[in-house]
Design a binder for this molecule. Structure first.
Ligand code: GSH
Length: 279
């Protein structure tokens, strides 16, 4: 038993960020899988850890008492600073600024757009199918955070507007172009050494060749593909994605393919919708 427990769902944004950071550092932790589609995150035993009912969360038992940590990017920074192992933040001030710039950009601007597609095409329809309308309405009523209640309602009952989806699609296209341009400058996203920005970015981007095949592929974004494959080859990444329990995690295996050609946008939406079929 470790003095660290990580409560997480699939290796994916946001759970995958602290999972992968812990594994890159070589820090042993107890993994506590929270089945998000089964609403484990709203059960009393988890709300006792994180009353907001969101994942991930990490507990760290120290001589001074138990620390409960939430917010995936802030947890990664804690993991990097509190434990031994390879540094995931360089010493250089300019590099640290660039890493934080990218993490803020991804967390606040780009990730919510990816998330909207995932929730509309995968989470909502599959949760509705699994639980039925009456049970799911009751589950949604019990969600502690109003913004999570809204997200569930929109996802389950198909209420994301066309304008919202179009704006998210626009942001994803812009974000992918920005990632490609940045990765043309250096091996890793924000510094010359592997950093928290790469851990963060991989969790957001690993499935892009499947879910955004019209935007991310070896024809249009060779630097993104090189970067994704390099992170996939790291032993920590392999070990981390093995903790996934659904076909979401096995999507990472697309990165074993040497060359991925451009495909239509509709193929990506089909792939997202299929995820639950195989679960
Ligand atoms: N900003 C938070 C976001 C946490 C979050 O919203 N996580 C989602 C999963 S990616 C969640 O817990 N959803 C549960 C729900 O909506 O019921 C972080 O980065 O940790």
């Amino acid at each position: 038993m470790s003095d660290i427990t990580l409560y997480h769902w699939e290796p994916n944004a946001n759970s995958g960020k602290p999972m992968l950071a812990l594994m890159e550092k070589g820090v042993a932790f107890d993994s506590h899988y929270i089945d998000m589609l089964n609403f484990d995150q709203h059960k009393p035993e988890y709300l006792a850890i994180n009353p907001q009912g969101t994942i991930p969360a990490m507990t760290h038992d120290t001589p001074a008492g138990r620390r409960v940590l939430v917010e995936s990017t802030a947890i990664m920074e804690y993991v990097n600073e509190a434990f031994d192992g390879p540094a995931l933040m360089p010493d250089n001030a300019a590099d640290r600024w660039r890493i934080r710039w990218w993490m803020k950009f991804m967390d606040q601007w780009l990730a919510p757009s990816f998330s909207m597609f995932g929730w509309k095409y995968f989470v909502g329809p599959n949760a509705l199918k699994a639980h039925g309308e009456a049970k799911i309405r009751a589950q949604i009523e019990a969600i502690p955070l109003p913004e999570r209640r809204t997200a569930w309602n929109k996802a389950v009952f198909g209420l994301f507007s066309d304008a919202e989806m179009a704006e998210s699609g626009r942001r994803i296209a812009v974000g992918i172009q920005m990632l490609e341009a940045e990765l043309a400058k250096r091996e890793w996203l924000a510094s010359d050494t592997y950093s928290l920005a790469d851990v963060n970015g991989f969790n957001l981007a690993y499935a892009m060749p499947l879910s955004q095949p019209h935007l991310a592929n070896d024809e249009l974004t060779p630097n993104i593909m090189r970067w994704l494959r390099a992170i996939y080859r790291r032993p920590a990444t392999r070990a981390c994605w093995k903790l996934g329990r659904t076909p979401m995690a096995s999507r990472v295996e697309i990165l074993e393919t040497d060359y991925i050609a451009q495909k239509a946008e509709s193929e990506g939406l089909y792939q997202l919708g299929q995820l639950g079929e195989k679960a």
